[in-house]
Design a protein around this ligand. Structure first.
Ligand code: NAD
Length: 330
């Protein structure tokens, strides 16, 4: 089978070539996104795969793909907001996505940031770099993870993987999730949101962004947390009221934060931006020694990249051959 893969990045090349060799399929990799200008490149191929944040454009793309005999678009991403599902549907095109590529990747980044904060590394760094002060200070005494209570909000794939790591490190792990999963019982004690906020030394956020989870960490929630607690957000920026977080950090209501996502990130994360275009909230947070900000890269591991490529290509073969996959959208 001949597959065209749009939006390819150099890091995907070796995984794509290995998959093609393993499965005996042919994959043409092109760096361009799939849109009105590039869709003609798909002529003569059996399947289409893409990874892009930009829209696939007008309904013409789906119509043209259908006229080339193409039945599917395999997305190498979890998100599918760049696709017009109605237009795809109208043209008989099945969209697949990679909903779960490596929960462990995101879990490990969250634990890494929590450990960095808990060991006060940013604070020691600041003292050494700015004051040539290499002393310890009583205020910077740390606490080992097995003495801590970790609270997980949203105990799905990533929250569950996070709970397992903390449990393995000896922490007490509690969690709030409105949906009970018996498989998690070995790792956590389920409780309510209020208890998670009040009792946790590390609060780790792993829910999707829904209307009812938007700003789930607001000024009130931050006030409920321990003054010594750390907030970890590896999920979606909109779960946290950024201004309330900045105020809580400035007022010492919590001890620090590890953030892989920020509410306004879409305008600058993933880009190299001019100095004037860097938002003030990022600058304020990044200047704090008790805050770590990473640009939505928690997912970015070799395992994730390989899985995004392989799962999208496997689903493409399945759909082209007339089969079904649980990764189909809708
Ligand atoms: P998931 O669907 O497996 O788990 C989400 C969990 O949240 C579910 O168990 C659900 O019951 C629970 N939940 C829903 N509403 C809730 C509420 N009001 N309070 C508490 N829990 C609630 O999702 P996942 O794959 O584990 O992803 C979790 C988050 O991580 C999502 O926000 C996702 O967008 C984000 N994510 C981030 C990265 C990254 O690189 N930083 C990568 C992938 C996913």
């Amino acid at each position: 089978m001949k597959i065209i893969m749009f939006g390819t990045k150099p890091i995907e090349k070796s995984y794509t070539e290995a998959w093609a060799q393993k499965t005996g399929n042919e994959v043409k990799m092109v760096p361009d996104p799939l849109n009105d200008d590039t869709v003609e490149m798909a002529k003569g191929f059996d399947g289409v795969v893409t990874q892009q944040t930009a829209s696939l454009g007008s309904g013409d793309v789906y119509q043209k793909l259908a006229s080339y005999g193409i039945k599917q678009i395999g997305l190498r991403t979890a998100g599918y907001d760049m696709v017009d599902l109605d237009a795809a549907n109208a043209n008989g095109i099945t969209i697949t996505r990679v909903a779960i590529y490596s929960p462990r990747a995101i879990a490990e980044m969250g634990v890494t940031q929590a450990m960095y904060l808990n060991s006060k590394i940013g604070l020691f760094n600041q003292r050494m770099k700015e004051d040539n002060d290499f002393r310890w200070a009583d205020a910077l005494v740390s606490n080992e993870i097995y003495n801590l209570t970790v609270g997980i909000i949203g105990l799905g794939h990533i929250g569950g993987a996070t709970a397992q790591i903390y449990k393995a490190l000896g922490a007490k792990v509690i969690a709030y999730d409105p949906y009970y999963d018996p498989e998690q019982e070995a790792f956590v004690d389920y409780t309510d949101l209020e208890t998670v906020l009040k009792e946790s030394d590390i609060v780790s956020l792993h829910t999707p962004l829904f209307p009812n989870t938007k700003n789930i960490i607001n000024a009130d929630a931050l006030k409920k947390m321990k003054k010594t607690a750390y907030l970890i957000n590896m999920a979606r920026g909109g779960l946290v009221d950024t201004q309330a977080l900045i105020k809580a950090l400035q007022d010492g209501e919590i001890a620090g934060a590890g953030l892989d996502t920020l509410a306004d990130e879409t305008t600058y994360f993933g880009k190299k931006v001019a100095a004037d275009d860097v938002p003030e909230d990022f600058k304020t947070l990044a200047a704090m020694p008790n805050v770590v900000v990473t640009p939505h890269v928690a997912f970015f591991t070799k395992t994730s990249v390989r899985n995004m490529v392989e799962i999208a290509l496997n689903d493409t073969v399945t759909i082209v051959n007339g089969g079904k996959t649980r990764n189909a959208v809708r």
